[in-house]
Design a protein around this ligand. Structure first.
Ligand code: ADP
Ligand code: MG
Length: 359
């Protein structure tokens, strides 16, 4: 069902996205693919549909979104995610993990445990084996880090080294998705000569919010699927109120189905969106507490677009003294890297129109 609020897994539940899906599939022949798009644009859905279609690939899917509210993430958390992913493999494949230092496979169900502490699993060893398994089975092995910008919060462990090792030496493919687009680049440090991944080429797939036409057609198709007839005027109005982010349109469609009331479905969607966006903004502010007021003031100023000079002037007027130019640029850059703002020509504005309502 198109209005199912979970990430889609079946092609028939995914509206459009033929081109993005084709490019993502193409990406599987590159060592690393970046799948980038703002929150709720449909990245997880796209990757899950591809996972379902490419059954011959051995998938290792790590969902890092749950760490968005965490101040940091440890190697142990990361191993926990790998453990979960490997346990979703079929038994015959899991058995091939036997013999890696720190890995135990036990019980009637051959449950994989990745050891911690003294006999901890080294990611490099695990990557070596995954690559061997792929070769031996004659299948591609693809490791997906969904919401990869969370990996930059890893404490005491630099995952870029094993990634660079795999990039250069192994037959593994990686997909990094990211909602906070600039943060993904910051994490990978591709342009930093001191970074292990310096200069490595990556295949990039962008997923954008729906256009007006796509959004209206998505709603039309979703309502048709559940035999509801909804006027064109209502579909247009929904786009005018909500914009083209698939996640909000899905939530609206689901609410409309349940309430049969356009106005109320819009109201609930807006209320839900505002709550979620505020929560995500609070997550962004973690570790940035000293600039909290400034970030809120900028978001509020830039709701409908603002220039760099507007921001500088506003901060100075608010604080009553000179604010460093570099500081203004840095604050705006952080908001852009976290995909709360985007820059179009000289104008900074919310990446999603509903962000304007949250500030
Ligand atoms: P992301 O991973 O980019 O945050 P999700 O894949 O979780 O986005 O999608 C957000 C919501 O929108 C989910 O409810 C999902 O079902 C829905 N959705 C996203 N893209 C589509 C699409 N092309 N067709 C149908 N539903 C979609
Ligand atoms: Mg996702």
């Amino acid at each position: 069902m198109l209005f199912d609020p979970k990430p889609k897994e079946r092609r028939e539940d995914l509206f459009d996205r033929d081109e993005e899906l084709r490019r993502l599939r193409l990406g599987l022949s590159y060592p690393v693919t970046l799948l980038l798009g703002i929150r709720r644009s449909g990245k997880s859905s796209l990757i899950k549909v591809l996972m379902n279609e490419e059954k011959d690939v051995i998938w290792v899917y790590l969902d890092l979104r749950k760490y968005e509210g965490h101040a940091y993430l440890t190697y142990r958390h990361l191993l926990g995610e790998f453990e979960r992913a490997l346990n979703s493999w079929q038994e015959s494949l899991r058995r091939l993990l036997q013999g890696i230092r720190g890995v135990s496979i036990s019980g009637p169900g051959f449950e994989v445990r990745l050891g911690w502490g003294k006999s901890k699993v080294e990611l490099g060893d695990l990557f070596d084996r995954l690559s061997d398994i792929g070769e031996r089975e004659g299948r591609k092995v693809v490791i997906v880090f969904d919401e990869a910008q969370e990996l930059r919060k890893l404490k005491g462990f630099n995952i870029l080294y094993p990634l660079a090792y795999a990039y250069d030496n192994l037959r593994l493919n990686f997909v990094f998705t990211g909602s906070q687009i600039g943060m993904v680049y910051r994490f990978l440090r591709l342009r930093d000569p001191g970074s292990p991944l310096f200069g490595r080429a990556m295949f990039e797939v962008r997923i954008n919010p729906f256009t007006r036409e796509q959004a209206v057609e998505f709603l039309r198709a979703g309502f048709r699927e559940v035999s509801l007839s909804v006027s064109e005027g209502i579909l247009e109005d929904a786009y005018n109120e909500l914009g083209g982010v698939p996640g909000w349109l899905t939530y609206y469609g689901l609410n409309y189905m349940q309430l049969n009331d356009h106005g109320e479905a819009i109201r609930r969607t807006l209320e839900y969106a505002v709550q979620l966006i505020r929560q995500e903004f609070e997550n962004f502010l973690r570790g940035r507490e000293e600039a909290r007021e400034r970030y809120y003031a900028i978001m509020s100023l830039c709701r409908f677009g603002c220039r760099w000079s507007d921001v500088k002037r506003m901060l100075m007027a608010k604080e009553g003294y000179e604010v460093d130019d570099k500081k203004v640029t840095e604050l705006l850059q952080n908001l852009m890297d976290a995909s709360f703002l985007i820059k179009e020509n000289d104008l900074y504005k919310p990446s999603d129109p509903l962000i304007a309502r949250a500030f």
